[in-house]
Write a protein that binds this ligand. Structure first.
Ligand code: HEM
Length: 444
């Protein structure tokens, strides 16, 4: 019991299966913490909306227009541009320590924001916006993960004793301003384009996500209307849900690989055989890099980005593992503990990508194996799996192919974790990139 509300932690694959598969619909609701409500315009986004038609509509819109394989294929150019920019940045600092996590965050953020509102922000303003977002997202996730009396004693919530909601409102206010600015710009561009259009349908292929959402809002057929608040809540999900999670995954994987020289050697051997040292990595190479894929799987096993997932909440009393979980309780699925359970995994705390090259252990992200499900399972499975997988693998492949990496003189690798709603490295990875390709043109 946590305060006046029941909190249940699931730590076995069989109980996880009951919650996320056998009773999927019952548990597909969320217990919304006070900070989460404040963070999402009153729980109006995909993450916190209760299971039902509104959630289905939001999720469909997002998956279809931003996170599907077809859309992701069509915006490969954006990922490529940002990853190449990061390579140029590291090349320019060859031989000096760089903050890998920070750079990866900016890379992912730029991809997410370019998908959302295209090239509306350029140059200096783009860099400034990136820095502001990083700070906001860091504070945001820290507040979401902070234990809050209001959530344990809902009767006290209106007093906001720790001031969590107040602080969250300040952060949301700042993000909201950025969203408003982007929406206004988009609407203006839309108007100008309309005025200029003389005949026929306008080219829709280059449409960004925000343009699409604004159009959908106008075209609403009245069934489940998309509101302006709904649009902003979706933008919030993409910025907050899609950035830290992906960049932390890349950072942990880099650190684990650097810590095991024989793994680094195997990753680079595979890259040299498939891509070649006189070439640059393209996303199309990823399918031919099984060892690198195993590296990402193994890194997500040890360091799942959301170690307790997002709290689920049963809509009725339900028996799980012989115990009754009361309606309305807060259910955490401890995927972190399951991924390290010595009864399920050999050498559970060792980083061994080879375990995923085994035929019996494919480690896919579908959520069908309840010993391994870093993206969750069932109806509430992560909406961004395809994007996260592409972004992380393409980044890792490019960074390991383009550079050798070492720690600054006298430093040891620190792999410790900092727990919160999002798992991150306690000490951010600072490493020295050393170019390993012979032709400087490959870094342009
Ligand atoms: C390595 C990166 C990532 C990991 C490990 C991850 C993992 C997860 C997990 C475990 C959940 C909760 C599942 C549950 O509660 O049952 C989740 C939910 C979610 N994720 Fe991700 N995620 C990642 C990246 C992304 C990206 C890139 C996006 C979008 C751009 C995204 C969007 C979402 C959304 C919208 C939800 C809420 C789904 C719902 O409640 O219906 N995630 N993610």
């Amino acid at each position: 019991m946590l305060g006046s509300k029941a909190g249940i932690i699931i730590t076995s694959p069989s109980a996880a299966r009951e919650v996320l598969k056998d009773h999927d619909v019952t548990f597909a609701n969320r217990d919304v913490p006070a900070a989460g409500r404040a963070a999402s315009y009153g729980g109006r986004d995909i993450v916190w909306t209760p299971y039902g038609p509104e959630w289905r509509m939001l999720r469909k819109v997002c998956v279809l227009k931003m996170l599907s394989n077809t859309t992701l294929d069509s915006v490969y150019g954006l990922r490529r541009r940002e990853v190449r920019e990061t390579v140029r940045y590291f090349y320019g600092r060859a031989g000096s320590p760089v903050n890998v996590g920070e750079q990866m965050f900016l890379t992912v953020l730029n991809v997410v924001t370019s998908m959302m509102w295209g090239g509306t922000v350029q140059g200096e303003a783009r860099a400034r916006l990136g820095a502001e977002f990083r700070q906001l997202v860091t504070e945001f996730t820290a507040l979401l993960g902070k234990p809050n009396v209001s959530d344990f004693f809902p009767g006290l919530a209106r007093f906001d004793l720790q001031g969590v909601v107040k602080q969250m409102n300040v952060l949301v206010g700042r993000l909201d301003k950025i969203f408003e600015m982007m929406i206004e710009q988009r609407l203006r561009i839309e108007k100008d384009t309309e005025a200029a259009a003389t005949t026929g349908d306008r080219e829709r292929a280059g449409e960004d996500f925000l343009q699409y959402l604004l159009k959908l809002k106008e075209e609403e057929d009245g069934k489940i209307p998309l509101t302006m608040v709904g649009i902003k809540a979706l933008l919030m999900d993409m910025v907050v849900g899609g950035t830290d999670t992906s960049s932390n995954t890349v950072e942990f994987a880099m650190a684990e690989v650097m810590n095991k020289p024989h793994v680094l050697a195997k990753v680079q051997q595979e890259l040299d055989a498939v891509v070649g040292k006189d070439n640059i990595v393209e996303e199309s190479h990823i399918g031919s890099l099984p060892y690198l894929q195993a590296v990402m799987k193994e890194s997500l096993r040890l360091h799942p980005a959301l170690p307790l997932m997002v709290p689920h909440c049963p809509s009725e009393d339900t028996v799980v593992g012989g115990f009754t979980i009361p309606k309305g309780s807060r259910v955490f699925v401890n995927v972190w503990a399951i991924h390290r359970d010595p009864n399920l995994w050999e050498n559970p705390s060792e980083f061994e990508p080879e375990r995923f090259l085994n035929r019996n252990r494919t480690g896919d992200y579908s959520g069908n194996d309840f010993t391994y499900f870093p993206f969750g399972s069932g109806r509430r499975i992560c909406a961004g799996v395809a994007m996260a997988e592409r972004m992380a693998l393409y980044s890792l492949a490019t960074l390991f192919h383009s550079f050798d990496w070492k720690l600054p003189q006298g430093e040891n690798m620190d792999l410790s974790e900092q727990f919160g709603i999002v798992l991150k490295k306690k000490v951010s990875l600072t490493a020295i990139p050393m170019p390993r390709l012979s032709d400087p043109a490959l870094y342009e």
